[in-house]
Design a protein around this ligand. Sequence first.
Ligand SMILES: [Zn+2]
Length: 239
Amino acid sequence: MLRTRWLITLWLVWVLAGLATTPAQDVGPPVETGDFRPSELVEIIRLDPTIKLDIRYATENNFVGRPVYTEARAFLQRPAAEALAQAHRWLQTHGYGLVVFDGYRPWRVTKLFWDLTPPDKRDYVADPAKGSLHNRGCAVDVSLYDLKTGELVTMPSDYDEMSERAHPDYAGGTEEQRRLRDLLRAAMERFDFKVYRYEWWHFDYKDWRKYRVQDIPFAEIPVVELPSPDPPSPASFRP
Ligand SMILES: [Zn+2]
């Protein structure tokens, strides 16, 4: 009797351990319960066409070495996109503009990144069992361009470099590189984004908990109606 009970306990432990370690990423995006805001993904350049795009994941110039997006587009949940446009305008007063490498990212791409990344480098990619904040449309990868030249600036590391040079508190690189990295961070923090501790280019928007992980491809994102620009004020027609 004791032995039977012991065997049942052993079997239960084995089953529960199996359940706990079954990777959710094998079945799809995480199932989330609770209250979430409806998704309102907005294409960033619709809010401000002077924000530049350099969508590396739509090219071979990324850590995977091949395109993982079929379209070079960038989306964020509307409040995050509006905050990003504000950060861009603030930077313009300092001589710079934003370059976006990536915004909303379908969950299946996060899963692909995880599978392709060696375990010792997984601080630099999100666990698909939880999903990335990019999957919620509330994380953005950005750098700066110089308004005078239109060129991307040089930061202490390249985008997606998996080394300590990518850390936002990295003390190496040139003084000018660190100044630009810190200017980008100051602009983003001013408008409610928080830098990721391993990547100077990755910023999370404060409301990320309010949006679900999504797996919708860019081509299927519904177009969000945006108010047309304000008509000229009647005052300007007065003689
Ligand atoms: Zn990122």
